[in-house]
Design a protein around this ligand. Structure first.
Ligand SMILES: [Zn+2]
Length: 74
């Protein structure tokens, strides 16, 4: 897990837990809640510049409350 101090994550819009940025496979990123497993959509990237943009995008989605809540799946 990689923590980037350049952005601020709000509390989880569902449960007020803490969210964190998750990079997976070195080509996509999402923000996920450590408590209730709510998460944003994945944003894909293919280079360092896109990676920074992708991080910004998922953080923005998270902070706006645009999250998905896992129901029966998983
Ligand atoms: Zn949560």
């Amino acid at each position: 897990m990689e923590i980037n101090p350049n952005f601020v994550l709000e509390d989880c819009p569902i449960c007020r837990g803490s969210g964190f940025v998750v990079h997976e496979g070195g080509w996509n990123v999402q923000v996920e809640c450590s408590d209730c497993s709510a998460h944003t959509v994945y944003v894909e990237y293919s280079n360092e510049k896109e990676k920074a943009e992708a991080e910004k995008q998922v953080v923005m989605l998270w902070n706006m409350g645009k999250v998905l809540k896992q129901d029966s799946m998983g």
